[in-house]
Design a protein around this ligand. Structure first.
Ligand SMILES: O=C(O)C(=O)C[C@]1(C(=O)O)C=C[C@@H](O)C=C1
Length: 272
């Protein structure tokens, strides 16, 4: 099975894919951007995709919710993985010699407090952690370092300058498994939807009351601006319920309040 990931081999996406599909042979399809990843699944180039959606330190990647909706992908599962960020430099480098540190922006955001003690270090965004580590190894400069996994650092012959430098040990990333077509899960207790409500000021309160009526738990909500419609929002909701029937009833009820509602996936919730 071909799995599209964001990043090259050695990126956290690869680790998460191997964790989720540990019982079957998989072929990794590397994609440099999240947009490329979504397109690989939508076009059938990959059978499935795995996409980071939120991290417990650096937050939600809202843009990925938009990509899933726009490309009409289906969320069929989620994976939660502990992320340990290490700082890697070439042999001979040290925390005193480095001036530029490269990584994926989500990884940089997980580690910013560590660098407060090193004001001479510039943090620079790159496509992914593994690529940054490879590029530092190729450049061979003691002024450069990169943030990523212990595995990628070792594979590229770098040394660890900082171990587990994330701002909190409670550092988890939640990844979504994406399919081209809707799947019918044997069991599920979570649904993700995109919702635009009518411009009635009461609509949001009424929608929340419906959740309460159907005993549905709101696990997560994101609101995003809609280009061309100032002060009007699209909501992305993760809903939890032990009853699939109640979820279906809720979606039918909410339709009367909505301009648009889209089911993005149904799956089983994972917890720590
Ligand atoms: O650059 C990588 O290694 C990735 O897989 C990307 C990514 C992300 O998108 O959040 C994955 C997990 C970590 O939170 C940091 C970076």
């Amino acid at each position: 099975m071909k799995i599209a990931i964001q990043g090259i081999a050695g990126a956290f996406h690869e680790e998460a894919a191997r964790l989720r599909f540990s019982h079957e042979p998989i072929e990794i399809v590397p994609c440099l951007t999240f947009r490329e990843l979504a397109a690989a699944v939508a076009s059938g180039l990959a059978d499935k995709g795995i996409m980071a959606i939120e991290n417990t330190i650096s937050g939600t990647i809202q843009h990925n919710l938009e990509l899933i909706r726009e490309q009409q992908l289906w969320i069929s599962d989620e994976v939660i993985m502990r992320i340990r960020q290490h700082l890697g430099g070439v042999p001979g480098s040290s925390l005193q010699s480095i001036r530029k540190v490269y990584s994926h922006y989500m990884a940089l955001n997980q580690c910013r407090p560590f660098f407060e003690a090193y004001p001479e270090v510039e943090l620079i965004e790159s496509e992914d952690t593994a690529l940054s580590i490879r590029d530092v190894a190729i450049a061979g400069s003691t002024e450069m370092a990169a943030i990523g996994s212990a595995l990628a650092i070792a594979r590229n012959g770098l040394i660890v300058l900082g171990k587990e430098i994330e701002a909190s040990k409670q550092n988890y990333t939640r990844f979504l498994i994406l399919d081209r077509l809707p799947q019918t899960p044997t069991a599920c207790n979570k649904a993700s939807i995109s919702l635009v409500l009518k411009s009635d000021p009461e609509a949001f309160t009424q929608a929340m009351a419906l959740l309460h009526n159907w005993n549905i738990h709101l696990a997560k909500i994101e609101s995003m601006t809609i280009p061309g419609q100032p002060w009007h929002y699209r909501y992305y909701l993760d809903l939890r319920s032990e009853s699939e029937g109640q979820l279906a009833e809720l979606l039918a009820d909410i339709e009367s309040l909505a301009v648009s509602i889209q089911l993005l996936g149904k799956y089983t919730a994972h917890t720590l």
